[in-house]
Design a protein around this ligand. Structure first.
Ligand SMILES: Cc1cc2nc3c(=O)[nH]c(=O)nc-3n(C[C@H](O)[C@H](O)[C@H](O)COP(=O)(O)OP(=O)(O)OC[C@H]3O[C@@H](n4cnc5c(N)ncnc54)[C@H](O)[C@@H]3O)c2cc1C
Length: 253
């Protein structure tokens, strides 16, 4: 049996290495996507993250985790999506200072719980708040390449339509992929696009997503800021999803 290197088990010892910034994309007014090429990269599983480390001239170091948004592939490059936290330490540095050609210290991939492989099966219910979309997008992109028959629904909350990361891609996947359904909602303005809801993720939106799946979800992945994840996990439990099917990733805040 051959093992696909992209989903092979990762070595346990994590080492810091350099990664070169090969592209930077402005995704929304507060979000930039950094494409990194690590020196030595062995692939990853959808849902995993990496740690980045910054070192100041006086030796002070700051480490933060960032999920991988691209699908597992053999390009040797990964996309990290950094949401600007105004009073933060690391995210403003990436937004204001980091340029194409810079090298960043990185280690990973990391994470064995919040991951999905095609052989794990479905249906999948994905619930994202803001940049919590990132690891779920990796799963969705991978799913459409590797297992498009596995049904999936994404419940996505953003502040405004213009702050929805990968908005166009998500809308076209919703339109074109038979097994994928998007339930997007914006909390701070009235959506212009038909089908996008207004308000917070609530029991009704979770029920609508569940109703579009042909069977109860095998796994539900919830990701975002801590209060969002806690609220969404409560809604999932209230909707009758067993505790052991719910996986969460909290970004802080
Ligand atoms: C596994 C994992 C994956 C992550 N993936 C991503 C990702 O893909 N994209 C991304 O942008 N971030 C992600 N994060 C969050 C990221 O690691 C940092 O916490 C974030 O970028 C803020 O760092 P900072 O140094 O700018 O702010 P800090 O200096 O750490 O914090 C400044 C202030 O902002 C608050 N704060 C920190 N994080 C958040 C948040 N997420 N929401 C609201 N307030 C917050 C803090 O409580 C503090 O008051 C992830 C976190 C984890 C644990």
């Amino acid at each position: 049996m051959s093992i696909d290197p992209e989903i092979a088990p990762q070595p346990k010892r994590l080492v810091w290495q350099e990664a070169t910034v090969v592209a930077i994309t402005i995704a929304t007014p507060r979000v930039k996507i950094f494409r990194l090429r690590p020196v030595a990269w062995q692939g990853f599983t959808a849902g995993q993250h990496v740690d980045l480390r910054l070192t100041a001239p006086d030796g002070y170091q700051a480490e933060r985790s960032y999920s991988i948004g691209s699908a597992p592939d053999r390009s040797g490059e990964i996309d990290l999506v950094i949401d600007l936290i105004d009073d933060g330490e690391v995210s403003p540095f990436f937004h204001a200072v980091v340029e194409i050609g810079d090298t960043i210290e990185m280690r990973g991939p990391i994470g064995g719980h919040f991951i999905w492989r095609a052989e794990d099966g479905g249906p999948l219910l994905l619930v994202a708040g803001g940049s919590g979309l990132v690891p779920l997008m990796s799963m969705l992109r991978y799913r459409s390449d590797a297992a498009p028959d596995i049904p999936a629904a994404l419940v996505l909350s953003a502040r405004r339509e213009g702050e929805m990361i990968w908005r166009e891609e998500l809308l076209s996947r919703d339109r074109d992929e038979a097994g994928f359904h998007l339930f997007a909602t914006v909390t701070r303005d009235v959506p212009a696009t038909p089908g996008i809801h207004h308000g917070r993720v609530n029991a009704g939106l979770i029920a609508s997503a569940l109703a579009r799946l042909p069977a109860p979800p095998k796994t539900i992945f919830i990701c975002g800021a801590t209060p969002f994840v806690d609220a969404a996990a409560d809604l999932a439990l209230a909707a009758g999803i067993p505790f052991e099917r719910i996986r969460t990733e909290r970004y802080g805040g």
